[in-house]
Design a protein around this ligand. Structure first.
Ligand SMILES: *[C@@H]1O[C@H](CO)[C@@H](O)[C@H](O)[C@H]1NC(C)=O
Ligand SMILES: *[C@@H]1O[C@H](CO)[C@@H](O)[C@H](O)[C@H]1NC(C)=O
Ligand SMILES: *[C@@H]1O[C@H](CO)[C@@H](O)[C@H](O)[C@H]1NC(C)=O
Ligand SMILES: *[C@@H]1O[C@H](CO)[C@@H](O)[C@H](O)[C@H]1NC(C)=O
Length: 236
């Protein structure tokens, strides 16, 4: 029996109430992006006190900044705040809601073109729900891929994710220097269709790879992958 089976069952169970999008103009895929705080903070020079993958965002594959007059209002997600702080922290400013506001304006207002996500509460709660359902933090551990000083091959990491979810993720790395002989695991995207079922991510899907200064790009399949434990040790 495949490992992904119970998880898929559980995701499938949520599909009974699926809303199928008819408009051809709006998004057809949602990208749930996780980042590894240690890598992120080594790029951004923040202090990463999170030892688990946190949410970066839930991004529709079409559109950015779709409605500038729809302002972020944290009172609308009051009940979600404890989970938001834990699962979707602002790594740069741990006590501020700036990151959520940024993500709402850039991506949430576009996601909200679908009825299933047409409020701030629906958008943020769906992102948290998918994050918990996917439970990405436990997957790498299950396959004995843990932050450490040793290197992994790219296919070990990709294989673990593909085996478990039975879909293709998009895995991004930071490049320590142009000619470095290794790369640093930074971001993992898991994709969903309009009915919130798991679908393959497209390797080609453009953009959304940079936030402030950090640059992540699709990992090189040949180079060893460093999955940095805390505290990050720079290996130039
Ligand atoms: C990380 O640090 C911030 C303050 O700098 C604090 O609010 C937050 O609770 C800490 N998170 C964890 C997981 O320790
Ligand atoms: C933009 O958001 C505002 C505030 O929620 C709303 O009244 C308006 O209908 C939205 N515009 C579009 C084009 O969806
Ligand atoms: C923010 O949301 C709350 C709760 O829905 C509402 O009462 C309040 O008027 C909103 N604030 C603004 C500035 O829209
Ligand atoms: C991905 O990009 C390559 C090179 O630009 C192109 O040849 C290929 O058709 C693209 N694949 C998809 C699925 O868009």
């Amino acid at each position: 029996m495949r490992l992904c089976y119970p998880l898929l069952l559980c995701l499938a169970a949520s599909l009974s109430s699926a809303y199928v999008i008819k408009s051809p103009h709006i998004w057809t895929k949602l990208i749930l992006t996780h980042h590894w705080p240690i890598t992120f903070c080594s790029e951004e020079h923040c202090h990463a006190n999170f030892s688990y993958w946190t949410l970066h965002g839930l991004w529709p594959d079409k559109g950015m900044n779709c409605n500038s007059s729809w302002h972020f209002n944290s009172s609308e997600i009051q009940d979600l705040l404890p989970d938001m702080k834990r699962s979707w922290p602002d790594l740069l400013k741990p006590t501020s809601s700036e990151f959520w506001k940024y993500e709402w304006h850039k991506h949430g207002t576009c996601a909200a073109e679908a009825e299933s996500l047409n409020s701030q509460h629906k958008y943020f709660s769906k992102a948290l729900e998918l994050y918990h359902k996917v439970d990405f933090n436990s997957i790498l551990k299950k396959f004995d891929i843990i932050p450490s000083e040793k290197y992994y091959t790219f296919s070990q990491i990709e294989g673990a994710i593909e085996n478990f979810y039975n879909i293709k993720p998009k895995i991004q790395c930071a490049k320590p220097t142009v000619n470095a002989d290794y790369q640093i695991l930074g971001q993992v995207e898991i994709c969903f269709g309009p009915d919130f079922s798991l679908v393959n991510c497209e390797k080609n899907s453009t953009g959304y790879t940079s936030f402030k200064k950090s640059e992540f790009s699709v990992c090189d399949h040949q180079k060893p992958v460093y999955y940095p434990p805390a505290p990050f040790t720079n290996r130039h």
